[in-house]
Design a protein around this ligand. Structure first.
Ligand code: G3P
Ligand code: MG
Length: 292
């Protein structure tokens, strides 16, 4: 699968709209509400951050600590699922910095199983594996990888629906070994030299590069072309302006990770299959975010 070209469908397919932590621009990040809103807005895929509770459950939370997003405190990997479930995941979210409309609505830190069960099966998921700070390339990331691999073995059909990404190459390598058919993407930071990162992705046999938008310079078109020649898709985070969404689509990126999936869908056209060609469209061939 890896090494095969990222193919277009022949028709001009627009990039995947990937909702960053759900529709996190309008609802508390990484909650079922944010995920369901993203589906309503027409997102193709949902990006969410996966961690492991102390008692071994995969849960969806961006930060290592629950304090920024909930009414609790403590590290996710030091709390049991029951502790995490008591927290209000809408507590800190405010659209205007003054009103906290999502408090007390019963929003919780979801488990991965809950997310999988509650979203329509055609919605793909970009699971970003997070490890606790200082974890390095040690126990916690591997624990998550092992849980994910076990989950995929229990439900092989799931593999098709998942794209697992991480900043941690060791975790991705391990996952690839355990579930070779799984799509895997390396997340990179704004200052990371992208050609070097693309080479790492190729060398590890991953299927995607997930660069920060700020890292894409004037040579972005050539980077994307090289990636596609290698059969590697390029999904860019986090892109919220409609102008930039259109620019990146014109450059040929395969996925746009955004807090506002509605903006991306409006800019790029309704559905990937039947999306009306619009201003972004300049080149005929695009990757399809599928390995092979
Ligand atoms: O997966 C892309 C993006 O989510 C990586 O950064 O910090 O938002 O998880 P972060
Ligand atoms: Mg993330």
């Amino acid at each position: 699968m890896n090494g095969e070209p990222a193919r277009g469908s022949g028709a001009r397919r627009r990039p995947l709209v990937i909702a960053h932590r759900g529709a996190s621009g309008v609802a508390p990040e990484n909650t079922l509400l944010a995920f369901h809103l993203a589906v309503e807005m027409g997102a193709d895929m949902i990006e969410l951050d996966v961690r492991c509770s102390r008692d071994g459950h995969l849960v969806v939370c961006h930060d290592p600590d629950v304090a920024r997003t909930t009414n609790g405190h403590g590290q996710v990997h030091e709390l049991d699922l029951d502790d995490l479930r008591r927290l209000d995941a809408g507590y800190r979210y405010s659209l205007d910095g003054q009103h906290y409309l999502f408090r007390g609505l019963g929003l919780r830190i979801p488990t991965l199983d809950e997310v999988l069960a509650s979203l329509p099966p055609h919605i793909e998921l970009n699971l970003e594996v997070k490890s606790p700070p200082g974890d390095g390339r040690t126990a916690e990331g591997h624990r998550i990888a092992a849980c994910l691999a076990a989950r995929c073995r229990r439900e092989p059909a799931l593999v098709e629906r998942l794209l697992v990404s991480s900043f941690d190459m060791a975790v991705l390598r391990e996952l690839r070994q355990m579930v070779p058919e799984l799509r895997t993407g390396l997340c990179t930071l704004p200052f990371d030299p992208l050609l070097r990162q693309l080479e790492r992705v190729r060398e590890a046999g991953l299927t995607a590069l997930h660069p920060a938008d700020a890292a894409l310079g004037t040579d972005a078109a050539s980077l994307i072309e090289q990636a596609h020649r290698l059969g590697i898709t390029v999904n860019v985070w986090t892109v919220n302006s409609v102008e930039r969404i259109a620019e990146l689509a014109a450059l040929g990126v395969d996925g746009i990770i955004t807090d506002y999936p509605d903006r991306a869908v409006r800019t790029l056209g309704g559905s990937r299959e039947s999306g009306t060609p619009s201003t972004w469209e300049q080149s005929p061939e695009r990757g399809n975010n599928r390995p092979g």
